[in-house]
Design a protein. Structure first.
Length: 170
């Protein structure tokens, strides 16, 4: 018997969960947005699955290798309390203007395309109608709309307060 679809919260990484320092490749440079860990804990306690979808064009541009992204994501997970751990993280290494040939192209995963969201939704059996994305750019909102989930534009401040406002309106 199939399990019921889960509801999920999807987050852009830089500028939403962690401070956007520009092409982050060193885990020592991770700085959490105020209220980010609390927001993840709040949502997890309510039964939401937690996901990150992030464009990482620094790979295509030759600024760092893919394994640097993996180290940053592992450090993020290690910083989170067990009750607020991310279920999965998807990233896009592509950019059409990249200098690393194998990543220098357009794709369906780079936001505003919905590829990363659709892949996570399918893989984790997510209910689109009961899920949402929080991002800090128009491309995040476009990706959410294209994937058939609600999108909320985070313009800074305390992420937990922002999430509480979203939840009060659902």
């Amino acid at each position: 018997m199939d399990r019921a679809p889960a509801r999920a919260a999807f987050f852009d990484r830089d500028g939403v969960l962690i401070v956007d320092t520009g092409y982050l490749s060193d885990p020592r440079d991770i700085r959490w947005i105020d209220g980010a860990q609390e927001a993840l804990g709040r949502l997890a306690a309510m039964g939401y699955r937690l996901f990150v979808v992030t464009n990482q064009s620094g790979i295509a541009r030759g600024y760092f290798e893919e394994d640097a992204v993996g180290r940053v994501h592992a450090a993020m997970q290690a910083d989170l309390p067990d009750a607020a751990r991310l279920d999965d993280i998807a990233y896009c290494p592509h950019h059409p203007a990249g200098s690393v040939e194998r990543y220098a192209h357009s794709c369906t995963c780079r936001k505003p395309e919905p590829g990363m969201l659709n892949r996570l939704i399918d893989r984790h059996h997510i209910d689109r109608g009961a899920s949402f994305m929080i991002g800090d750019r128009a491309s995040d909102m476009e990706a959410a709309a294209a994937a058939g989930i609600a999108g909320f534009l985070f313009e800074g401040g305390n992420l937990d307060k922002f999430v509480a406002q979203i939840l009060s309106g659902l």
